[in-house]
Structure formats: structure tokens, C-alpha cells
Design a binder for this molecule. Sequence first.
Ligand code: NI
Length: 227
Amino acid sequence: MLVCIPNVLDPAQLVSVRERLDRANSWVDGRVTAGYQGAPLKFNQQIDEQSDVARACQHIVVSALETNPMFISAVLPNALYPPMFNRYGEGMKFGPHVDGSVRISPRDGRKLRTDVSATLFLTNPDEYDGGELVIEDSYGEHTIKLPAGSMVVYPATSLHQVMPITRGVRTACFFWAQSLIRDDSQRLILYDMDSAIQRLNQTNADEVARRQLIGCYHNLVRQWSDT
Ligand code: NI
């Protein structure tokens, strides 16, 4: 399931993150975190994960995610890999790859299964050409280029790539989540069900039926989740 989440960062948060990244001197070659599959395909830069800039920006992004109902509903996060930040200048790209299945948190050494991949766009589409995130799933290819502050989440099992930049610079935040629900098709059912419940809540639909549906939702989460 591929979900675009608008306005994850508000304008003030976006400016705060962008200003820190734009003046940072801790950009390094993106291949430092690539595995043997990704390294030959990856041409970009990343902020050093251990730098003060990374920590400050991670704090802003994670705080925003923790209060975003759409993110929580679509991802049902169990643990987040600390968000990372990258940029692609002209000619840079990341060829087709599948993200590594397990990552070790640089914070506490904890192993995290990557169920969901996320890209939070930090540059508006009119500031660069190329740089689309192209994601393949069983329904075909999806080309994603979102406004700054908006995010896409998609199954980490998907083949994906970042197309070459032909003008400007594309800055983004990316990370992975281990979900409470490992299986993408089960996550989709729960996301649809939660969306329906939210709509029914807004229209003050039959209270008894809503209560039953909410009960079903939680009982499915209980049955399917691993923690
Ligand atoms: Ni990737």
C-alpha cells in the first residue's frame, strides 16, 4: 500500500529543517550507509547521522510524525529508524533497488525490521527537474514528486529508484518503520477500516454500529500485531 500524507511538516517546521540542512557542513557521500547491492547505484549525499544537525532535524520530524493521525493509521509504527537526510544535485540519482530488510539503530544498536519505507520531501517540485521517486508494486509503476513537507510511505519490499536530477537540488528526509503489522495486505485492511471509522465518526453515524466496528478494528490489531 502506497499512501501520500500531506503537510507532515507545517511551514515553520519545514523552514527550520531546511535552514539547518542548507547551512550544514556535515554532508557526506551517501554510500556510507548503502549495502553491497545499493552502493554501486547510489549517487547522493547524506547528513552524517551522528551530527548535531541530524539530531535536531530528527527531533522535529519525529515530533511531527507522533501526532500525525494519517501516518499512525497507515504505518501503525512499532519502532522508527532515526530519520536521515539526503540531497541530490544535478546528475545525482539512486538506481533501482530494494531497501535492506534489517537495519541496526545507530542510537541503541537495536535491530529494526524495515516494513515501511518513507520519503518526506523537503524541496518543492518547481525547484528541481527529475528526481522523481519511482516505486514499483503489483499494480505497476508509481511516480512520486510531492510538495515540500509532504511524505510518501510504501512497503519496504518495493523496488524503487530516484531518477537523475537535471536541474537544481532535491533535499529529502527518509527513514524506515517496523510496523506492529508486518504484512502489508493486513495493514491495508486496517488502514481502510480506520479511514471508514473516522468518516462514520464525522457523520455521527449509528453509535452502536460504530462501537462494534471499532471493536473489530482493535481485535484485528490484537490478533495480527507483533511487538
Ligand atoms: Ni531506497
